[in-house]
Design a protein around this ligand. Structure first.
Ligand code: PRX
Length: 653
């Protein structure tokens, strides 16, 4: 964002309307309460949940950086998300309006959800699974995916959801790392009205590496597209032969507040994804708290729609756990925004009278490209609040979103958080905070964040030139508890940079304007953000050098009008590659990356170059490659061994 744009945006501030303030869940007193007594504040938020056994201590930080929240407390996540609403007399309320890609739909009430989750829990128990075991879930957006997650939570099984767009290789590495005993999948998945195989990928993953043994005992398959699938007798089971026939009654037990709820893999700065661990009490407290106040959610009245996929943390926290803990009625949509045409989302909003809509900036920019006449053809008057997540939202997209989707009055909550934080950390509070296009505004009540320089000194407000880093200087309930199987990496990744101060380093650059509003500027490490998905440069580089003709690869994220960042790769070929048709090779390499990681990681551009720019110590100068990729004048090249490499690199573009 240019300084002038930022300058302009800073003038451009939207106060909450009186009408909104009058009915808002949050008031200024929330900040006062959190400031007055942080522990008491979080205890109060935790007590919005049902505890089978009350906690005796709010926070134990003696083993930092591994926190224990709500010490001694016991609860069951599924009970909180389902049973208690039924017991409170809301069993007939719709929990999920599910909308399938080809146009089929299904409503599940809280009664239905309780029966389905209980059936799945009984089946998992029959399969011999016990609390603490890991289950991999590799599914499209079908209700059974949510049911499977809740059934795991009900039994204290730790789930690891793997995005159904990931490759068999990616699935296998996650299954192996977590030693999952069960994989749950579907026969196929619908994509723009066409059926594509999915179970096949599970088989490929489990047979990958030849005969190397794996931990999986069973593969449970939901029938979705009726596509032909490979079958292994004894190992594979149909959902409709097992879960559907199991008893709909299941008495749950409670688990310790620190029992691991799930592992979710995310990209870091190395090629190996990190299994982020989240636990039970603190995670559910903060997801429910933020969902209630940030989205101003009114149970039984609002129709809430978060467009994320359960394969990402947004789907975990703001489709499954937060909303269901708050007794939401929500839309869950299986398909893409342009299937069968670009009206799909607005048809769904009209059909269910969606009142809260939470999506990613990349989608807002796509809608902008399609043109405002598309949403303009629909009655969107049910919408009263809009949300954004995944990357900084550019002010132009923000203003468009408010004007054409929010009828120029719906507040926009720009929510900053991460897989690691588990729940929203910074966001305007609707009804309290004035919003500025492009700013996450500030930490929520109970959360503490700072923007500091390299040495940990606060950056000056309004200093647009400072390289500020975003840090979290106090533990928070839904914080990650570690990286699965690698506690050293946990400490090194997040806690080393500001070890002296004991702060968590988020990996994002940020600044604070003269009004004290926080602006998150994006990653400062080698993590790219493509359409709100985190992808590490190292992962893509390692997929590229896996090709027999590639000697070396360097990958950077370059600004992209639609996807935020696009992946741009520079590769050097092996001497043995001989004469190559570079167009054909580039195509092959793009396909290779899509196959190895996922289609979302397919590079936008690949350039075959004779050399990569390196410093004398052999480090690739990514900053300069980014300059090239974004068509800028080169920055300082004085530390390069051979500054002339750029002529050759430019010539190859
Ligand atoms: O760079 C920040 C960006 O997304 C990163 C976290 O990615 P992930 O763990 O995949 O979680 C995405 C969904 C929570 C952050 O480090 N990011 C996320 N939300 C915002 C954002 N950047 C700016 N503004 C946001 N609202």
């Amino acid at each position: 964002m240019s300084t002038t744009e930022t300058g302009h945006a800073q003038q451009d501030s939207y106060e909450p309307s009186e009408e909104f303030v009058a009915q808002a869940n949050a008031g200024k007193e929330l900040f006062d309460a959190a400031d007055a007594d942080r522990d008491a504040f979080w205890a109060e938020q935790a007590n919005r949940l049902h505890w089978h056994e009350p906690f005796t201590q709010v926070l134990d930080w003696s083993d930092a950086p591994v926190a224990k929240w709500f010490v001694g407390g016991k609860l069951n996540v599924a009970y909180n998300c389902v049973d208690r609403h039924v017991l409170d007399g809301h069993g007939d309320q719709v929990a999920i309006h599910w909308e399938g890609d080809p146009g089929d739909s299904r409503d599940l009430t809280y009664n239905d959800l309780l029966a389905e989750v209980s059936r799945a829990a009984n089946t998992f128990t029959d399969l011999g699974l016990e609390a603490g075991d890991r289950v991999a879930i590799y599914m499209p957006m079908v209700p059974e995916a949510i049911i499977a997650m809740l059934a795991c939570a009900r039994l204290g099984l730790t789930h690891s959801v793997v995005f159904a767009g990931f490759s068999p290789t990616a699935l296998r590495s996650r299954v192996d790392d977590a030693e999952a005993r069960l994989v749950i999948t579907t026969d196929g998945q619908w994509r723009r009205g066409k059926s594509a195989p999915l179970k096949e990928a599970v088989d490929e993953a489990l047979y990958a590496n030849g005969d190397v043994p794996h931990s999986v005992e069973h593969v449970l398959v939901v029938r979705r597209t009726e596509i032909e699938i490979p079958w292994t007798e004894g190992r594979d089971l149909w959902w409709h032969d097992t879960v559907a026939k199991a008893s709909p009654e299941h008495a749950c037990t409670a688990f310790d507040a620190e029992h691991p709820l799930f592992i979710l893999y995310t990209s870091g700065t190395t090629g190996k994804p990190k299994g982020i661990i989240h636990t039970t009490g603190g995670y559910l407290t903060q997801t429910a708290y933020t969902h209630h106040y940030v989205f101003d959610h009114k149970p039984g009245k609002d129709v809430y729609w978060c467009t994320a996929d359960i394969g990402w943390v947004t789907g975990h926290s703001y489709i499954v756990y937060g909303p269901l803990a708050n007794r939401a009625t929500q839309v869950v949509y299986e398909g893409t925004p342009n299937s069968p045409d670009e009206h799909r989302h607005w048809n769904i909003v009209e059909k269910y009278k969606v009142s809260i809509y939470y999506t990613a900036p990349t989608l807002v920019r796509t809608f902008m490209k399609w043109g405002h006449t598309i949403p303009g053809a629909h009655d969107l008057s049910s919408i009263r609040l809009l949300g954004s997540v995944g990357e900084p939202i550019n002010p132009e997209a923000w203003r468009w979103y408010r004007k054409y989707i929010g009828a120029d009055k719906a507040p926009i909550v720009d929510t900053w958080w991460q897989t690691e934080t588990g729940a929203i950390m910074m966001s305007p509070l609707p009804g309290v905070t004035a919003t500025k296009p492009g700013a996450a505004m500030g930490p929520l009540p109970g959360i503490s964040a700072k923007v500091v320089d390299e040495n940990g000194k606060d950056v000056t407000r309004g200093d647009t030139e400072a390289n500020g880093y975003l840090v979290l200087d106090q533990p928070w309930p839904s914080m990650l508890r570690g990286i699965w199987g690698d506690s050293e990496r946990y400490k090194a990744t997040y806690w080393e940079k500001y070890a002296e101060q004991g702060w968590y380093f988020a990996g994002d650059g940020a600044k604070i304007d003269t009004d004290g509003a926080y602006w998150v500027l994006g990653r400062v490490d080698d993590v790219m953000n493509v359409s709100g998905h985190r992808i590490s440069t190292a992962e893509v580089e390692s997929a590229l050098v896996g090709h027999r003709k590639v000697a070396e690869a360097a990958v950077v994220g370059a600004t992209d009008d639609t996807t935020g960042q696009g992946i741009v790769a520079f590769v050097i070929l092996k001497g043995s590659a001989g004469e190559v048709d570079s167009d054909a090779l580039v195509k092959e390499l793009k396909a290779e990356v899509a196959r190895e990681i996922s289609p979302i990681a397919r590079p936008r551009e690949i350039h075959v170059v004779p050399e990569l720019p390196k410093t004398r110590s052999g480090k690739i100068m990514r900053r300069l490659l980014r300059d090239v990729a974004e068509g800028r004048e080169l920055g300082d090249t004085s530390t390069l061994v051979d500054p002339s490499v750029f002529e050759a690199i430019r010539a190859s573009k």
